[in-house]
Design a protein around this ligand. Structure first.
Ligand code: CMX
Ligand code: CO
Length: 141
């Protein structure tokens, strides 16, 4: 099942400026940074609570690295802001299949590579009350 909130994804135009805002305003620190070419993002994870063993909750700051990427398209339409939410699971394929049985479109037939070796799938926002939703299985699970 889905056991926790893993992260909230936030689309931004300038990753370093966004990191600086969260650090100076709230004191959140970057625990991980990477480029995910497949997803078309440069991203930073800021840990809000928990420990780095697959049980923590993060903010995921997302800057597009290509114009045809989902985050670039989102910024063009909406400007900066909340892009998606992500629920944690110990079994992403099983959780996706379970959600799919409820008529929600699962956008990835197979889990994709997510942050720090995690495995992720996305659910269509139009089937989730307008909320782009990600399911994520940590590399530690
Ligand atoms: N949240 C809510 N609604 C969204 C949305 C979002 N992030 N992105 C698009 N939509 C809505 C649009 O508003 C639009 O609604 P209307 O038809 O009412 O105007 C509809 O979905 C279609 O929008 P679109 O701009 O034409 O976008 P696409 O259909 O091309 O793509 C989506 C939308 C969700 C299928 C695509 O963004 C996707 O596959 N996302 C998953 C991958 C992703 O987002 N990766 C980046 C994050 C990586 C990570 O978390 O690690
Ligand atoms: Co995410």
């Amino acid at each position: 099942g889905l056991t926790r909130l893993d992260h909230v994804g936030i689309a931004c135009r300038d990753l370093d400026a966004s990191i600086a805002f969260y650090r100076s305003t709230y004191g959140f620190e970057v625990t991980h940074e990477e480029v995910n070419e497949e997803q078309g993002v440069r991203e930073a994870m800021l840990r809000i609570n928990g420990t780095d063993d697959g049980g923590a909750t993060y903010l995921q700051l997302l800057e597009p690295v290509r114009e045809d990427s989902p985050v670039a398209k989102f910024l063009e339409r909406n400007g900066e802001g909340v892009h998606h939410i992500a629920f944690g699971t110990a079994d992403v394929a099983g959780s996706a299949a379970g959600v799919g049985e409820h008529g929600v479109r699962v956008l990835n037939a197979e889990p994709r590579a997510g942050t720090a070796g995690s495995r992720i799938v996305f659910l269509h926002p139009k089937d989730c009350g307008g909320v782009l939703t990600e399911l994520v299985q940590s590399a530690h699970q």
